[in-house]
Ligand binder design. Structure first.
Ligand SMILES: NC(=O)c1ccc[n+]([C@@H]2O[C@H](COP(=O)([O-])OP(=O)(O)OC[C@H]3O[C@@H](n4cnc5c(N)ncnc54)[C@H](O)[C@@H]3O)[C@@H](O)[C@H]2O)c1
Length: 392
């Protein structure tokens, strides 16, 4: 069995080796692939082919993928949580340090000097670049996931007081956050009490414009706002007013739009937070591993639209089903199996929202009988995707 993968955005080749020998990458089969691996390729508006079963985003954010459409089409969407978190953490820590001392403007000013007395001019003019130290200042972190959690821990080690806000923090992440990081239950506490605020939440309808005029209205004068998550988390019109009023001392973002460029007090980076050699490799390795596991075993790890599902395959055949999350579906599946005189070796069914995923292992070696069962499932209105996997 050869699976076909189509890649976009120059995925690290070393990482793609994780797919192993049973995958053809960007070959002649990529016309109608089983899986996509991509970084920032925008999939909104594309029509999914029937054969497409999985999409892996080598990165964390998945707002370039129409998740609801993929789910309805029975396509499992994966991301690589945490794989580039260290890279973004380092970029944000650099941004905090940079905004405390305005190194960029200081360097630009020195480069304007000329003549034999540059050292003199430096001594005469350097006062304008006297900065402040971050030790003892307060950092607010909105979103304490893979990136925000790491930043909170490290900023605290650099001597900052750290407030963290994340109403949905996972237990696993919470265990890794230093007890010195103070948890707040209302994001307003972050807006009102911090010298620096950094945001690390996914872009959703809930988080869009997290920084609006109300949020800026709560901030103290001279707050630094750092956004390496997504541009749309900030209402730019409200930001410009807050800068004008001296509320925002500096806005540092990884997401440029024309209106943000060449503006005093705004520093824009070209979406490079997660772009280190190490992060790109980590992301590609993780994406390759998850696609391989899913295609070869049906197991799901790190999906954004289906639950994690793991079960060792010991039976001759496994059927994987993506089904609508309707009452009695597991009983109906079991009945369909027993009607053909097949025994179930193992079954696991996990739901997420309106859909569920089932691994159905069959104690049956007669391929014709198993194919018959697959055809019956394919004819069911409540089942949107059926796959058959034979034990190697
Ligand atoms: N600049 C870059 O290159 C770059 C790289 C990686 C990720 N990102 C962005 O950073 C975001 C975070 O990445 P991550 O790896 O930390 O993701 P993550 O999933 O590990 O963490 C996100 C956290 O946000 C929390 N959250 C969700 N909604 C929230 C809300 N309304 N208020 C407060 N917290 C909320 C979640 O509970 C979770 O803990 C991504 O979604 C992506 O948009 C940017």
């Amino acid at each position: 069995m050869v699976y076909s993968v189509k890649t976009f955005n120059n995925i690290n080749q070393v990482g793609l080796k994780e797919l192993g020998n049973h995958f053809q990458i960007d070959g002649d089969l990529a016309e109608n692939p089983d899986a996509f691996i991509l970084r920032s390729q925008n999939l909104h508006g594309i029509e999914f082919t029937k054969n497409l079963k999985a999409i892996a985003r080598a990165g964390a954010g998945t707002n370039n993928i129409p998740i609801a459409d993929a789910t309805a089409a029975g396509i499992v969407v994966f991301n690589t949580p945490g794989a580039n978190a260290n890279a973004v953490k380092e970029a944000v820590l650099a941004s905090i340090l940079m905004s405390a001392r305005d190194y960029i403007a200081a360097n630009a000013w020195v480069n304007t000097l000329s003549g034999d007395d540059v050292p003199k001019q430096v001594e005469a003019g350097k006062k304008q670049f006297a900065g402040s130290e971050i030790s003892g200042k307060t950092l607010g972190v909105i979103g304490l996931g893979a990136i925000g959690g790491r930043i909170a821990n490290y900023a605290q080690r650099l001597g900052m007081n750290v407030l963290g806000y994340d109403p949905y923090v996972s237990i696993e992440t919470a265990w890794n956050i230093s007890h010195h990081v103070k948890r707040v239950d209302d994001v307003k506490e972050i807006f009102a009490n911090c010298d620096y605020i950094t945001v690390h939440v996914p872009l959703t309808d809930e988080t869009r414009n997290t920084f609006d005029s109300e949020a800026f209205g709560l901030m103290q004068k001279g707050t630094v706002v750092i956004n390496f998550a997504r541009g749309e988390l900030v209402d730019n019109a409200a930001l410009f007013e807050a800068i004008e009023a001296g509320v925002v001392k500096r806005y540092i973002t990884d997401f440029g739009t024309e209106e943000l460029l060449n503006k005093d007090k705004i520093t824009v980076f070209p979406h490079v937070g997660g772009s280190t050699a190490e992060a790109e490799l980590n992301c590609a390795i993780m994406a390759g591993k998850t696609i391989r596991q899913f295609m070869e075993t049906g197991e799901i790890t790190n999906s954004v639209n289906f639950p994690n599902v793991h079960q060792a395959l010991t039976a001759p055949y496994r059927i994987t089903l993506i089904n609508k999350n309707v009452p009695n579906i597991v009983a109906k599946i079991s009945t369909a199996v027993s009607e053909l005189g097949i025994n179930i070796d193992n079954i696991i069914n996990r739901s997420k929202g309106d859909y569920a995923y089932t691994l159905l292992d069959l104690d049956e070696t007669d391929k014709a009988k198993v194919d018959h069962l697959v055809a019956n499932f394919e004819a069911s209105d409540n089942i949107v995707r059926v796959r058959l996997i034979a034990k190697k």
